[in-house]
Ligand binder design. Structure first.
Ligand SMILES: Nc1ncnc2c1ncn2[C@@H]1O[C@H](COP(=O)(O)OP(=O)(O)O)[C@@H](O)[C@H]1O
Ligand SMILES: [Mg+2]
Length: 242
């Protein structure tokens, strides 16, 4: 039996304003296992980012229950949620969300500096060097994000997401701001990380990238309408595009 990293049951999300209610999620059940590479695809507005925000404890569901690593996280207060998020979740967004005033090294070190576990400077240096090497960006440690290409910035963002060894990497449209060559390189990197054991849940509206996952979910109008297991080892993007 594979370990369960995240399980959700009957998750709904309603955004309410004075004028209207938007039912962004209408009852989502989902289990993610250790080592999974799950892709979630579906048209714009179907609830993909909302689902990812709830998984990553950036937002709370309206109703439903869920667990991360066996811990019930359905009704944590803000500071408890921030703690679990910091310890267990790595995020990668379409916009790289790097801080231009900080070096690549300091951007990647940031989650460790906010962590409640006390990391001394040599721990931090060792961990940052390790993840920068994983994404092949060691040679740019002292650069600023705005001195890098989009593809390189996304690799730095991946390193920042990997720091602290999260249980789950949540990825929202990782290639949305990249040309196809850089997008393919980022996807190949995510695939390699998954082969090395990182559990990934990725949202994309690009079917070619969704096909690289070992499990594909289709979301429509706030519901998972189909789930597909990819039996064969998925091909790399490069070989798909040949
Ligand atoms: N903060 C918000 N307030 C109100 N409505 C929102 C908010 N975020 C998303 N929505 C609405 O919820 C629905 C799902 O949005 P989203 O999860 O961003 O979809 P996707 O990522 O699939 O494009 C959309 O109708 C969107 O307009
Ligand atoms: Mg979205």
């Amino acid at each position: 039996m594979q370990d369960v990293v995240l399980s959700m049951h009957a998750i709904t999300k309603v955004y309410s304003t004075d004028e209207m209610e938007t039912h962004a999620l209408r009852g989502v059940d989902l289990t993610i296992y250790q080592g999974d590479f799950v892709s979630i695809c579906g048209p714009s507005g179907c609830g993909k980012s909302t689902l990812l925000s709830i998984m990553g404890l950036l937002d709370m569901p309206t109703t439903g229950t869920y667990h991360i690593d066996d811990k019930d996280v359905s009704s944590l207060n803000l500071s408890e949620a921030a703690f679990v998020r910091n310890e267990k979740i790595g995020f990668i967004f379409q916009s790289f969300n790097l801080i231009d005033d900080l070096t690549v090294f300091e951007n990647v070190a940031l989650p460790l500096r906010y962590s409640q576990q006390s990391n001394n400077e040599s721990d931090i240096e060792q961990q940052v060097s390790h993840v920068l090497a994983q994404v092949d960006m060691s040679h740019r440690a002292q650069h600023r994000p705005n001195q890098l290409s989009g593809g390189q910035q996304q690799r730095v963002a991946i390193a920042r997401a990997l720091i602290g060894n999260p249980s789950l990497l949540l990825v929202d449209e990782p290639t949305g701001n990249l040309d196809s060559r850089n997008g393919d390189a980022v996807m190949d990197m995510l695939r390699l990380l998954n082969q090395q054991g990182t559990t990934i849940c990725m949202v994309t509206h690009d079917p070619r990238y969704a096909d690289m996952a070992s499990r594909k979910l289709h979301l429509l109008d706030g519901k998972i309408i189909s789930a597909e297991h990819v039996v064969d080892t998925p091909a790399t993007v490069q070989s798909i595009s040949e």
